[in-house]
Each structure stands twice: as C-alpha cells, then as structure tokens.
Design a protein around this ligand. Sequence first.
Ligand SMILES: NC(=O)N[C@@H](CC(=O)O)C(=O)O
Ligand SMILES: [Zn+2]
Ligand SMILES: [Zn+2]
Length: 424
Amino acid sequence: MIVLKNVRPYGEDAVDIRVEDGVITEIGKDLTAGEIFDAQGAVALPGFVDLHTHLREPGREDTETIETGSRAAALGGYTAVFAMANTDPVADNAVVVEHVWRRGREVGLVDVHPVGAVTVGLKGEKLAELGTMARSQANVRLFSDDGLCVADPLIMRRALEYTKALDAVIAQHAEEPRLTVGAQAHEGETAARLGLAGWPAVAEEAIVARDCLLARHVGARLHVCHVSTAGTVDVLAWAKARGTRVSAEVTPHHLLLDDSRLATYDPVNKVNPPLRGHSDAAALRQALADGVVDCVATDHAPHAPQDKDCEWSAARPGMLGLQTALGIVVKTMVEPGLLDWRGVARVMSERPAEIAGLPDHGRPIAVGEPATLALVDPDARWTVDGAALASIAGNTPYEGMELPGAVIATLLRGRFTARDGKVA
Ligand SMILES: NC(=O)N[C@@H](CC(=O)O)C(=O)O
Ligand SMILES: [Zn+2]
Ligand SMILES: [Zn+2]
C-alpha cells in the first residue's frame, strides 16, 4: 500500500491518494500507510499515452531499444506507448508484433503496444496481414506505415475497410510522395533562402483531405499522424463538422518550433513533416486547444550520430520526444493559457487512450480507478541535456533549452516506474 501525500489532481486542491493492489482506494486528507510518497503539491494527471513512438527494436538497437525507450517514456510521465512499425524487420506480421509486445512486458516500465504495418514491408503495394496481427497476443488495434504514406488510394480504401471490420484504426503519415521528391524543408521563404528543396504544405493537406473522404465513404476510422500545417487544421475541422470519424495528433516540436530554426543548417532540426512556418505553429496550438487536433504524440525518433551529424541533405529526419513532451506542452499550451491541467490530461492521456481503445489508461483520478498516474511539479524548471536523456541517441533540438514542468513520478497500476528523475 502506498499513500501519495499532498497531490493536486488536475491542479485542483491538494489531497492524499491511497493506492492498493494497483487501484486508487481512497482520496482524502491525512491518510497514512506503509509507504508514503510526499508529492509536495505536484499536479496529478492520468499517465500519458503516446500514440507515436519509434523504439527502433528490432533492427536499430544502436539508437534505441524497447528497454531504453521504455525508460525514457517512464521518465516522461508515459504509461503507454505505441511503437511504430518501421523497424527492421518491419512489424508487418504476428511474429514481430508479438516480439515487441513481449519485450515491452518483460521490461515492464510502460505498456508497449506495437503498431502493425498497413502494407507488407511498408512498400505500399500489398496489405499486410492485419487480421492476424489483430488476433495475435499483441492485440494490434493501430496500424500505420509511418515513415511512409499509404499513397495508393485503392490500398488505403481496402485498409480502411479491413480496419473497420477489426474495430481498429489506421494512423496515416500524410505525405503525397509525388509532391515531396527530394524535399528537404518546408516550402516557403526560408527554404528558398537557404537553397533547400521545398516540402509543400499541400503534400500533407491533399492526403488528409483524400483520406477523410475515403474514411467517410467507408465508414471507417482514420487517425492523422503529426499534423503540421494550418491548412490541415482547416481540412480536419471541415471533416469533423460533417461527421467523419477522424482524429489527429500534433507533435511537441510542431507546437513550439518553426522553420526559422533551419538557418544554422543543423540537422537536429530536420524532421518529417518539416518544421513549418510561424503561423502554422500558432494554428496548431489553437487547434489543440479547440479539440480540432485531438492529442499530442511525440513522434520520438532516435537517430545515430552518424545519421544526424552530417550535411543537411544526408541527415535522417526525426528527433527525440518522450522526456521533453510535457515540458513543451506546458511551455506552449499551459503557460500561454491555451490549456489548463484538465486540458493537458485530455490531450496527453484521455484522448489518445480513447483513440487507441485502451480501457485502463486515460482514466479519471477517482476511487476504483487504476493508479496509473503522472505527477508533475508545475513550478520546476530544468535544462535539457541530450546526453543525460535515457535514450541511446541524443538528437534533441531542445539542447540547452530551459523547460517548465518536471515529471517527479510515474505510476503504472500502482507501481512507481519513475521517481525523482530516476527509473524506479
Ligand atoms: N518523423 C521523422 O522525421 N522520422 C520518423 C518517421 C516518421 O515519423 O515519419 C523516423 O522513423 O525516424
Ligand atoms: Zn511520419
Ligand atoms: Zn513517426
């Protein structure tokens, strides 16, 4: 039995929370127990759920493993993560997804849910065995070719039909590949000035519009990965208004950063979709506040030094995200008054859990509910040091940046997975 003393659920008045057998059994004042954890007024939120994580295992264990990624997740306040399928071998069959699922359970720091590939080998040509992955022990309910777009409209339609029957959802990396051949940076003034080939906003928006139409036609659910443009927000608002079953995520980096960062040509800022314009980031923050964009997902994308410390065009896209997500959300959404702590719970935990169909995450902080929590010191400030993060790779664009809000503890079903900045 544990008592969490002096916690503020959703930032409200301080209480004590008793935890027994993984469940919240009492919320009140002056509770005592065997083990006491004094949270000193920390904000209690349901544990975070990341719909978009690259754990790189199998295949690139030199950059991240299920174990190191799980450590980063726990330290970041996450209690469930969805591990993308663009591994080597690709997670396009039951053997690979069961391996990822089993390894996640062995590590035991966060619920690791493998995402299944939509097409065999992410090639976009032939549907993977979605049903077999759904019925496997890994119980896959989220499918994505992330890294690549399911570009063929007929394949996408068939995939939506299958996932509808499986009560699953497709997470689309929306990028019309014919419009991004050789693309290196957001198409606009900055890219033109720096001499980088443009990645136009319409390459994303055209696929989001097409897939919203397809999802509605089929009656299936669609989830849009890493929304990056103001135009995509407009398309989503339109599709939702007419009843399309679409949800969307935004990354912390697209909320905070824009293409003005590219002036140094430091590939740490290279990511797909690219950092967009200043007004796009502002539109994304507003859309997250309004609920047009449902949730935050990290797109945590570790890369080896040799794939990042090189010239811009040769560098791989992607950046770390799990341990900095909360801080960026506080900085971009809470501090400016766009979200309160209830709102943070919604976008970091409740909505992603709903989208993925996780019954025991994103739950209310109430008696009888799982003690799956993130405790956040809202007044703490800390400085990002890539080398000190739990990931093997260190490619963070926030190096040296001071961030507000620190995760002081994470609990998964009543067990500490992180505590005082250390994995428990
Ligand atoms: N976001 C990225 O820039 N990179 C991701 C792939 C992806 O999310 O599209 C990766 O796997 O490295
Ligand atoms: Zn992607
Ligand atoms: Zn990704």
